[in-house]
Design a binder for this molecule. Structure first.
Ligand code: UD1
Ligand code: CA
Length: 465
């Protein structure tokens, strides 16, 4: 027997007034991804085959961000959640299966909870099944699930329309439902905006069904946390801290040591290998992957980068870069986009690298800028070396061969090439290519004037100064 198909409608058209933001709520970043993407992931993991996102407020921006990941229905005017679902009606004309309806702002919801809701809905034969939750604290502005004395669901009341007794109800509406699709659209036609907010409430269909004697069920979420909604930035921070903990827990259970979870920020898609230790005040962001037995932090910020095994990154920034195995970075290094560092290389303090390939076993230990460059294996770059890549108009490349020794404070004025095995004397400004295995010295000879200082002291004391 094949599983019946499942379609989802995600309501994400609202103005998100309470966020007080120019950025539409679905696009607010949460642990490295836009808020709405968590709903799409949950739908996918619940086995949803078709997801329709209702867009309205800043529709173009939202559509652009999720292009190719779902279908869109446009809600031109935001007249309420019932009206939002109605906007997807045309797309669902020929569909008579089950419909999951979700708000766009409950990012902690997971596939298991959704699957359980759908299974219950199918097994009970209800026209509508509400996912509810019992919060351990005051239910605030959530809609309340109303039941009769026998425990049967009779309706949902919004906090703004509730009586004091209704407000005392602890079971809330998560705004996640499973419906029999034709019954839902039929009932939605009867919803009227006669309430405190003057909106077409989706919640009203529950009361409509029960008043007609149709079967409505409510499934209480086993973990209330997964149902939390984000309406304000306070709630965004609360949800983010729970999500962070979830991410850190997954990593720790897979064998990553996290010294202080409350001071470690790791995005949802980051992957870290076994026996890597993450020290405090560290940010590992975006689509970063880190290998096994690495030491990361304290005070590291790593974004969209790939790091091999046994590599150490101490108090440094690594952005859009690739580090091999046994690399040592920092303290206080800045690896900017396009940096590639080979196995066993060392990038020390106050070294900045950008758009450069550093091959294996290179040492670049202090105070260096290497940009738009290639550094061959086993080369040593002395302290204070600078690749002058910019002439005020264009960027030029510096190519340093294998096994080179670049003396301290060399200034390599690009475009320039240093051949394999060559030496550059300390403090040399290099403007011409250096052939392999040679030595380039480019600096004034030192002049020593013996006794000069002593004479000067004597002159000034005899003139009575
Ligand atoms: C809603 C529910 C409430 C529930 C809560 C759970 C209603 C009337 N209320 O309240 O019972 O406890 O969610 O989180 O359904 N939206 C549209 N178009 C609109 C209005 C809203 O697409 O015209 C979208 C919003 O972008 C949002 C979602 O629907 O993603 C819910 O809207 P919101 O205003 O956040 O509803 P709540 O007040 O949280
Ligand atoms: Ca909400």
């Amino acid at each position: 027997m094949s599983t019946p198909s499942l379609t989802a409608v995600v309501m994400a058209a609202g103005k998100s007034t309470r966020m007080k933001s120019r950025l539409p709520k679905p696009l607010h970043p949460l642990c490295g991804k836009p808020l709405l993407s968590y709903l799409l992931d949950a739908c996918q993991s619940a086995g949803v085959s078709r997801t329709i996102v209702v867009v309205g407020h800043e529709a173009e921006r939202v559509q652009q961000a999720f292009h190719g990941q779902c279908e869109f229905a446009l809600q031109e005017e935001q007249l309420g959640t019932g009206h939002a679902v109605m906007s997807a009606r045309e797309l669902l004309e020929d569909y008579d299966g089950d419909l999951l309806v979700l708000p766009g702002d409950t990012p902690l919801i997971d596939g298991d909870t959704l699957r359980h809701l759908v299974e219950h809905h199918r097994a009970s034969g209800a026209v509508a099944t509400v996912l509810s939750a019992v919060l351990p604290h005051d239910a605030g502005m959530y809609g309340r699930v109303l039941r009769d004395s026998g425990g049967k669901v009779v309706g949902i009341v919004e906090a703004k329309d509730a009586t004091p007794e209704q407000l005392a109800v602890r079971e809330i509406n998560t705004s996640i439902y499973c419906f029999h699709t034709p019954a839902l659209f039929h009932a939605l036609q009867e919803v009227r905006p006669e309430n405190a907010q003057g909106e077409y409430y989706l919640t009203d269909v529950i009361g409509l069904f029960t008043s007609r004697g149709e079967k409505v069920e409510a499934v209480v979420a086993s973990d209330w946390q997964v149902t939390l909604g984000v309406n304000t930035r306070v709630e965004l921070a609360d949800v983010a801290s729970r999500l962070r903990w979830r991410i850190l827990e997954r990593l720790m259970l897979s064998g990553v040591t996290i010294i202080d979870p409350s001071n470690t920020y790791i995005d949802a898609d980051v992957q870290i290998g076994q026996d890597t230790t993450v020290h405090p005040n560290t940010y590992i962001l975006g689509s970063t992957t880190i290998g096994e037995e690495c030491e990361i932090g304290p005070m590291a910020r790593i974004e969209n980068s790939q790091i091999g095994n046994r590599t150490r990154v101490l108090a440094s920034q690594v952005v859009e870069s690739r580090l091999g195995d046994d690399v040592r970075v920092g303290p206080f290094a800045n690896l900017r986009p396009g940096t590639v560092v080979g196995n066993g290389s060392k990038i020390g303090d106050f070294v900045e690298v950008k758009n450069a390939i550093i091959e294996e076993n290179v040492s670049m230990a202090h105070l260096t800028y290497v940009g738009d460059a290639h550094v061959g294996a086993n080369s040593n770059i002395g302290a204070g070396t600078i690749t002058c890549n910019y002439d005020g108009r264009r960027k030029h490349r510096t190519v340093i061969g294998k096994g080179c020794f670049i003396g301290s404070h060399a200034t390599l004025i690009a475009p320039v090439q240093i051949g394999d095995g060559a030496y550059v004397a300390a403090a040399s400004p290099i403007t011409e290519d250096v052939p392999p295995d040679s030595l380039a010295i480019a600096r004034c000879r030192q002049v020593v004037k013996e006794g000069w200082a002593k004479r000067r002291r004597e002159e000034s004391s005899s003139s009575g100064g």
